[in-house]
Design a protein around this ligand. Structure first.
Ligand code: HEC
Ligand code: HEC
Length: 216
């Protein structure tokens, strides 16, 4: 006789299925990052991917600029950002770990290959330097930044999946730090949350001015 599936078995299989799915997603991202690294290590492949990326960024240039220097100070620059970070940030919008009205929709419509090419393309652009209008605050920010260098590097260049902050606009840095500090669901689960909760308004202001003017 056919034995009915017990609730326990059903729950176990759903649990197993969902962790397999999560595993599949994680390994897809790893594969894509390895592909990105292979492209970066071969100048000819880099060139091809760059050209394909360039064809697709019309969609992005309205906000992030064709050369990755954003059209508004509260939109992040993508120029010279670490390609691995760009790729993983884009994935976070696709999976819902990060959310933004436009970005969350866009992240779902591009293929993985397109997202890899675009990350490479923007990473190879140059940030336009924009000095802070408040050098006094920037000086204070330089001291506060000593708490951040372990992950973001002495000169704010980040590395791999840690974002470059050097040359990022003050308005965007302020916006991002405020989201982390208030545990805003748009950037839930981020490594930055416990760090940002130690920052005062004055720290955020000082750090934003310092990082905008920092462009080694
Ligand atoms: C309508 C404006 C708009 C368009 C178009 C747009 N973006 Fe964005 N993008 C934003 C905003 C705003 C944010 C910051 C969201 C937040 O607050 O976290 C962002 C964030 C990002 C980030 C994360 C950057 C970081 O420093 O964490 C990446 C990567 C990105 N966009 C890539 C793209 C790509 C690739 C395209 C084109 C396919 C694109 N965006 C099109 C507005 C836009
Ligand atoms: C333990 C490592 C670590 C430390 C220390 C750290 N960060 Fe971060 N930071 C990260 C990671 C990882 C991300 C990307 C997080 C994400 O996308 O959720 C990030 C993201 C950010 C962002 C958003 C960048 C973007 O493009 O959206 C800002 C701004 C930032 N950090 C500022 C700081 C400042 C200021 C400090 C020091 C007070 C600091 N971080 C210390 C790991 C760290």
């Amino acid at each position: 006789m056919h034995k009915p599936v017990s609730l326990r078995t059903l729950c176990l299989s759903i649990l197993l299925m969902s962790s397999c799915l999560q595993y599949a997603q994680a390994s897809d991202i790893q594969d894509a990052i390895q592909r990105l690294q292979r492209l970066q290590s071969d100048p000819e492949l880099t060139q091809q991917a760059y050209a394909k990326g360039e064809e697709r960024v019309t969609l992005c240039s309205y906000c992030h600029g064709k050369d990755g220097n954003s059209t508004r100070d509260d939109i992040p620059n993508l120029a010279e950002q670490n390609p691995q970070y760009l790729f993983t940030a884009f994935e976070k919008f696709a999976t819902g770990e990060r959310s933004d009205y436009v970005m969350s929709k866009l992240a779902k419509i591009l293929t993985e290959e397109e997202r890899v090419n675009i990350a490479l393309y923007f990473g190879m652009q140059k940030v336009t330097k924009k000095e802070s209008e408040r050098p006094d605050l920037a000086e204070q920010g330089k001291i506060r930044f000593l708490q951040c260098t372990a992950c973001h590097g002495n000169e704010g260049m980040g590395g791999f999946d840690k974002p470059r902050l050097a040359g990022q606009r003050a308005a965007y840095i302020r916006h991002a730090l405020n989201l982390f500090r208030s545990k805003d669901p748009r950037r839930a689960g981020s490594e930055m949350i416990p760090i940002a909760t130690t920052l005062s308004d004055a720290d955020i202001e000082a750090l934003s001015h310092y990082l905008q003017g920092l462009n080694p």
